[in-house]
Ligand binder design. Structure first.
Ligand code: IVH
Length: 665
């Protein structure tokens, strides 16, 4: 008999959720992509036609809801600890011996799982429903990222269990999705993510769940806090799987530590066949009673340990050495290699760190060398195979001149680095600007490495202060810069003027001052001017700002060139002070806005929230009481209405200017 629409919808939801589960969790696809797409399309169409039958756990519901203003901080009732690491068979045997000694038992069985390389989260369910998801944060409190987590296809919004329950797991991004994301970013000229873990963390921090849903994040659950009579971790995992959680199929119950070691070894090579990264294995005492007996230290449980994989070392030929010049002029030798597969990707460059390292390795051009990926990210040369020498290998010369500007290099007294002392060196200029525009600094979208190089070469930029004086007429002349991209870039630059003080401090590129130190300085000082005037005594009293950092700050602000660039930023209207939220709050109070058409920099939700945050009112239709109609591309009938009523019509840019002038009053 033919199914009713309601029945078919129910069936499709079950089927698609099952196919997602088999594909993402079990790593065992059971239908083709084409068939999957057909079923998904059928479901979308049926739900459109019969919205009354739409189910809360429908896969179509995972596209992300409203834009958020920020994340609430949530305390973890049970702290989220970290884990001790082991790197060898011996250390695993030691762990086993210690467990037995502390618990005073002869035999211990273990559960071994994969160590997923992602971001830890805690999920809370009540009455079978997903109600709260929190990041690990500092282990004691994290961010409420519920809405972002709801976009994860394999995260159940409902489970088959009514009691209150907390589970923990790892959110991650598959390697193929990571590569796709970085490809898109590259095309847009945006900064790339270094690895899938960073991409996951970055995605979970986004305030727009719709964008998060496009990132196709995944999750595995590996821990559950249950108030029932289960006695072992193995039973907990099976229970979690049965009530609907995505539990990885790759886990093993090992009778003793030798079986543990066997299983860990099995995965050393096999890990590269997985569609996602793992950075080791996790070994857990199976008995929950024994886990309780062993307890935890302040940092980590005594009943679990991570086994980190040895980095894969592969041999190849070092064909040449090129010199890169960094932001502060440091010359870094980089090995050009015969391309080779290492830990799942093709490597053709590797860092040699500095010239002392070249001496230490004794490496020459033409040598056969071993390379590995430290932390699986940046490859490095670790060893020379001297036995393979033919006698034709050539010494690597230590440069006396900067390869970019030709200045004579200097060697810092206390450091091993060789530096180019010319702060106008184009290589340094480029790197400083790239740093300035990067995500944790001024976050100027669209102004990545590619365009910075072009702008510097074309003399449009000679320092980061120039960014704010780029003109439409100059940019539009450049190849591959159309009207739309120029406008987008200029508005991204405009938007960056109001970044928080900590971002600006970081963006300045003061030596030894990273993001964390910048945040501390922004807490301590009200403005760049105040920081500029700080004495070494005052800087030395700030916790976590050490003497090297303090000196570096003094040196930065005593350099005339740097002061000139800061003046340029100031003149261009870059905000140099800390945000005063209370004062800012009401700058649009008493004003009513209506929005029509598509805006460039804001979604509808974003602009509405922004206006409300600044004390303004937003309504849906134009009336006598409307003060401004913000008009984007392809406006609707509201435009005509506003014209009829004589309501002031402004563009997005004019709106931003209005905010700015009121903000500065
Ligand atoms: S269990 C530490 N199991 O590793 C308390 N953790 O280094 C118990 N991780 O923050 C954690 N895969 O994010 C556990 N199968 C797994 C894991 C796993 C990855 C992460 C987790 C934790 C970190 C500790």
């Amino acid at each position: 008999m033919k199914k009713t629409p309601k029945e078919r919808i129910e069936e499709l939801v079950k089927l698609i959720n099952y196919y997602n589960y088999m594909y993402y969790v079990e790593n065992n696809p059971v239908i083709s992509d084409y068939e999957y797409d057909q079923l998904y399309k059928e479901l979308v169409e049926l739900e459109e036609k019969y919205p009354e039958y739409k189910l809360p756990d429908s896969p179509t519901q995972k596209v992300g809801g409203h834009v958020l203003e920020g994340f609430k901080t949530i305390e973890h009732k049970i702290p989220m600890l970290s884990m001790d690491n082991t790197y060898s068979e011996e250390e695993l045997l030691e762990f086993d011996a210690k467990v037995k000694r502390m618990a005073d038992v002869k035999d211990v069985d273990y559960i071994v799982e994969l160590k997923f390389d992602g971001v830890a989260v805690s999920l809370h369910y009540e009455d079978g429903e997903f109600i709260l998801g929190v990041t690990r944060g500092d282990g004691f409190k994290g961010d409420d990222i519920t809405e972002n987590l709801k976009t994860i296809k394999t995260l159940p919004l409902r489970i088959n269990y009514k009691e209150k329950i907390e589970v923990r797991g790892e959110v991650y991004m598959r390697k193929d999705d990571f590569e796709k994301l970085n490809k898109e970013k590259k095309e847009k000229g945006e900064e790339l993510f270094a690895n899938p873990r960073n991409a996951t963390a970055g995605s979970l921090k986004l305030l727009d769940p719709k964008i998060v849903s496009q990132r196709n994040l995944q999750i595995f659950i590996y821990q559950g806090f249950l108030n029932n009579r289960l006695k072992t971790h193995w039973e907990v995992l099976n229970f979690l799987k049965n009530i609907g959680f995505p539990v990885s199929p790759y886990r093993k119950h090992c009778k003793n530590i030798n079986e543990v070691i066997e299983y860990c070894k099995e995965w050393v090579e096999k890990r590269f066949t997985l569609p996602y990264n793992i950075d080791g294995m996790v070994i857990k005492v199976n008995s929950l009673d024994l886990q309780r007996t062993l307890g935890t230290t302040t940092k980590s449980p005594r009943w679990a340990v991570a086994y980190k994989f040895p980095a894969e070392q592969v041999s190849t030929v070092l064909k040449d050495v090129i010199i890169q010049v960094g932001r502060i002029g440091t010359l870094t030798p980089v090995a050009v290699l015969e391309p080779v597969r290492v830990s799942g990707t093709t490597v053709s460059r590797a860092t040699l760190h500095n010239f002392d390292e070249i001496k230490r390795l004794g490496v020459k051009i033409g040598d056969r060398v071993f390379v590995e990926k430290s932390g699986e990210i940046i490859p490095k040369v670790v060893k020379v195979i001297t036995e393979a020498r033919t006698g034709k290998e050539k010494e690597i010369p230590i440069p006396e001149k900067c390869p970019v500007c030709g200045s004579k290099v200097v060697k810092d007294k206390e450091e091993v680095a060789i530096r180019c002392p010319n702060i106008r060196c184009p290589a340094q200029v480029k790197e400083r600007i790239i740093h300035f525009t990067s995500r944790d600094a001024m976050d100027i979208e669209g102004l990545g490495e590619k365009w910075v190089n072009i702008f510097v070469d074309k003399n449009l930029l000679s320092d980061y202060g120039d960014i704010y004086y780029l003109k439409y007429d100059d940019l539009i002349k450049l190849e591959r810069m159309g009207d739309k991209s120029v406008r987008n870039l200029l508005s991204a630059i405009e938007k960056s003027k109001t970044r928080p003080l900590s971002n600006l401090i970081y963006a300045l590129g003061i030596r030894h001052i990273g993001i964390h130190a910048s945040e501390i300085l922004a807490e301590e000082f009200k403005s760049i001017d105040e920081l500029k005037e700080a004495t070494i005594e005052r800087l030395s009293t700030i916790p976590e700002i050490g003497p090297i950092m303090a000196e570096s700050i003094i040196e930065f602000f005593s350099n005339e060139e740097n002061l000139k660039v800061i003046e340029k930023l100031k003149k261009a209207g870059v905000k140099m002070e800390k945000e005063k939220i209370e004062e800012k709050k009401d700058i649009l109070s008493g004003l009513t806005f209506v929005v029509t058409g598509t805006l460039k920099n804001y979604s509808r939700d974003e602009i509405q929230n922004y206006i409300k945050k600044l004390g303004g009112k937003v309504t849906n239709s134009v009336s006598k009481n409307t003060n401004y109609l913000i008009c984007g591309e392809q406006p609707g009938s509201k435009l005509q209405k506003a014209q009829e009523l004589g309501v002031k019509i402004i563009s997005e840019e004019e709106f931003e200017n209005l905010v700015k002038t009121r903000m500065n009053k």
